[in-house]
Design a protein around this ligand. Structure first.
Ligand code: DX5
Ligand code: ZN
Length: 217
C-alpha cells in the first residue's frame, strides 16, 4: 500500500518543511493538488510552487490536476518536476490526447474520475495509463467525508486492472482516515491519498503508520 499525503492540508507558510517532513515520516509519494478555480471552485498552487519544492526532495511527486485544459498545462508541470501527472477525465473531450501528451513528456500518467463519473469510462485507457484515481469526495476541498458509495467503482477497476495484467495503480482520494483506508484497501485500492489524516495530526510518522496498519496485507 502506498501512502500519499496531500500537501493541500499542510501549512502553506512552511511548504518545503512540510513536504520534507512527510517524506521523512515514511510517505511513499507526495500528493500535490492543483486547482484552478474553474474546473473546481477553489484555487491552490501552480507549477512554480511545484518547481520550488523540487530541489533536494527525492520523494515521488504525484501531481493531481483539477484544472481545465490539462493538455496545455501538462508541460509546465512536467518541467517543474512532477513524476506523475494525473488529470481529470471530465476536463478534456479527448482524454486520449492528454494521455499521449503526458507520456511524450516522459512522465507517468494518471486519469481521475469525479464521483458522478462511472468507472467504465476508464476501461478503454487501461492499456496506456499508469494510474486510475477514483475520487471519494467531490474534488475541490480537503477535509470532506469519504463517499463509501464509490467502492463498487474501485472494485470494478481492480478486477479490470488485474485482468489487464498491466501495472496500473489504483488510487483513492478524499476523506481517507484509518477507518476508510481499510474500506478502500479491501475494495482494491493500492494508493491512498490522505490530507487531514496526515497533516492534520501532530505526528506525521504515527499518522502514516496508522493508515498503513489499517490496511490488510
Ligand atoms: C480534494 C483533493 C484531495 C484532498 C484530500 O479535492 O484532491 O487530495 O486534499 O484531503 P482529505 O484527505 O483531507 O480529504
Ligand atoms: Zn487530490
Amino acid at each position: 500500500m502506498k501512502i500519499a499525503p496531500s500537501i493541500l492540508a499542510a501549512d502553506f507558510g512552511n511548504l518545503r518543511a512540510e513536504a520534507r517532513a512527510a517524506a521523512e515520516a515514511g510517505a511513499d509519494w507526495l500528493h500535490i493538488d492543483v486547482m484552478d478555480g474553474c474546473f473546481v471552485p477553489n484555487i491552490s498552487i501552480g507549477p512554480c510552487v511545484v518547481q520550488a519544492l523540487r530541489p533536494g526532495l527525492g520523494i515521488f511527486f504525484d501531481v493531481h490536476l483539477m484544472i481545465r485544459d490539462p493538455f496545455s498545462y501538462a508541460e509546465a508541470f512536467a518541467k517543474a518536476g512532477a513524476d506523475s501527472i494525473c488529470f481529470h477525465y471530465e476536463a478534456d473531450p479527448d482524454p486520449g490526447r492528454v494521455i499521449e501528451r503526458i507520456r511524450s513528456l516522459g512522465k507517468r500518467v494518471g486519469v481521475a474520475i469525479k464521483p458522478a463519473t462511472p468507472a467504465e469510462v476508464l476501461l478503454p485507457y487501461l492499456d496506456r495509463i499508469d494510474m486510475a484515481l477514483v475520487m471519494t469526495v467531490e474534488p475541490g476541498f480537503g477535509g470532506q467525508r469519504f463517499m463509501a458509495g464509490m467502492m463498487p467503482k474501485v472494485q470494478m477497476l481492480r478486477r479490470a486492472i488485474d485482468a489487464s495484467g498491466r501495472p496500473v495503480d489504483l488510487q483513492v482520494d478524499g476523506g481517507i482516515d484509518s477507518e476508510t483506508a481499510a474500506v478502500a484497501a479491501q475494495s482494491g485500492a493500492d494508493v491512498l491519498v490522505a490530507g487531514s489524516a496526515v497533516y492534520g495530526k501532530p505526528d506525521y510518522g504515527a499518522a502514516i503508520a496508522a493508515l498503513r496498519r489499517a490496511c490488510p496485507d
